[in-house]
Design a protein around this ligand. Structure first.
Ligand code: ADP
Ligand code: MG
Length: 389
């Protein structure tokens, strides 16, 4: 096991290995901060953490991705430089300790295979893997939902990124062959079985347009404005999650035209998530195709978070044989699309999509293929299928 050998070379000790997955959201975009529903699956791209205890109160953390080491003292944890990767693992230790868990000092070696910053949630994979490792090495335990919450808290309050809980939740609760229907308000969740012949194929447009974070904040504000306005006539609502399509149409005249379209996206998208769950449950691929297409259209036209590269990638993918559904995934303005593809069609899909996208945009897309994967766990390093990592 190579990560173990490299840990031994660096820290002169044996270690245990932990892994937490990245994720892709199949449907339910921009619904999380509206208290709505999402349907992500964990993917077989993991953040690996080799970890062993120390006798003092230090954390010494080396990331192979950055070829850099950060250190922290468990009794006085504070954020490293702004935007520094070290804030993620140190923030997790901070959140765990603030929740009353007294951790042991530890050495950690991090090797991440989730592409960084591509919308596949390398950050949550890192947080959850580190949190799980530190707890285990300290002889402590929290349940998986609590671990997800604490990792989200670390990212919100220590790293300073205002993310929802979806990424951490699925990194904790992912299950092979399943997606996860998550109610972002109650955190109730349900496993949704994916057909064994389906592969999750993620196409990276290789672009990230500048406006992403400013527009994200603007969309959040527009949704809040929608709720404020609708609450004048629907005092019982807390979030767009509580508004039916019928009610929205009834009170359409009260809303600014743009705010109406934003609300329309969120409300119809929540409905699509629940329909997609039912379509998976009864194997209705035609319904899935329509739902993913409608989700993409709604994100493009009502929510206005797509871009020409995402639209083209979806258009090319949708025309390929063996494709059950295709749409943009993540916040938008670049990043990735998610495609449900029959396993036998995946190789041709990859080649055709890459060739056509390159011809039109001039960039070679990265294409990642994965079955739905398991959530965070300790790895049995003696098992043969881990030998190559
Ligand atoms: P995403 O979660 O979609 O990949 P983010 O911007 O949320 O994108 O998180 C990416 C950041 O997470 C990286 O810039 C880095 O700071 C941190 N990160 C993720 N994986 C690793 C890793 N293996 N080692 C160190 N830092 C990592
Ligand atoms: Mg992230």
């Amino acid at each position: 096991m190579q990560l173990l050998e490299r840990f031994r070379a660096r820290f002169a000790a044996p270690a245990a290995i932990y892994g937490a997955p990245g994720r892709v959201n199949l449907i339910g975009e921009h619904t999380d901060y509206n208290d709505g529903f999402v349907l992500p699956a964990a993917i077989e791209f993991y953040c690996w953490v080799a970890c062993a205890p120390r006798t003092d109160r230090k954390l010494v953390i080396h990331s192979e991705n950055f070829s850099e080491t950060v250190e922290g003292n468990l009794d006085s944890l504070s954020a490293a430089r702004k935007n520094h990767w070290g804030n993620y693992p140190l923030g997790v230790a901070w959140a765990l300790q603030n929740s009353g868990k007294r951790l042991n000092g530890a050495n950690l070696l991090i090797g991440g295979e989730v592409p960084l910053g591509s919308g596949l949630s390398s950050s949550a994979a890192l947080e959850v893997a580190v949190g799980f490792a530190l707890l285990h090495q300290s002889g402590l335990h929290v349940d998986r939902t609590e671990l997800a919450r604490l990792c989200q808290k670390a990212e919100n309050e220590f790293v300073g990124a205002h993310v929802g809980i979806m990424d951490q939740f699925v990194a904790c609760h992912g299950r092979p062959s399943h997606a996860l229907l998550l109610d972002c308000r109650s955190l109730e969740h349900k496993l949704v079985k994916l057909p064994p012949v389906i592969q999750l194929v993620i196409c990276n447009t290789m672009v990230k347009h500048e406006l992403a974070s400013g527009e994200y904040n603007r969309r959040r504000a527009e949704c809040e404005e929608g709720v404020r306005t609708l609450r004048r006539v629907l005092p019982e609502i807390q979030a767009l999650r509580d508004v039916t399509l019928g009610r929205l149409e009834e009170h359409r005249a009260l809303l600014d035209a743009t705010v109406y379209r934003r609300c329309h996206h969120v409300i119809t998208e929540n409905n699509r998530v629940k329909s997609a769950m039912r379509a998976f449950e009864c194997g209705d691929n035609r319904a899935l195709r329509t739902l993913m297409r409608e989700s993409h259209r709604s994100l493009r036209d009502d929510y206005e978070v797509s871009c020409k590269e995402l639209d083209l990638m979806v258009e090319i993918a949708s025309a390929q044989p063996g494709v059950i559904g295709a749409r943009m995934t993540g916040g938008g303005f670049g990043g990735c699309t998610v495609n449900l593809v029959e396993a036998t069609a995946v190789e041709a899909f990859k080649q055709n999509v890459a060739t056509r996208y390159l011809a039109k945009i001039g960039l070679s897309p990265e294409i990642y293929v994965s079955p739905a994967a398991a959530g965070v766990r300790q790895i049995d390093v003696s098992s043969s299928n881990f030998g190559q990592r």
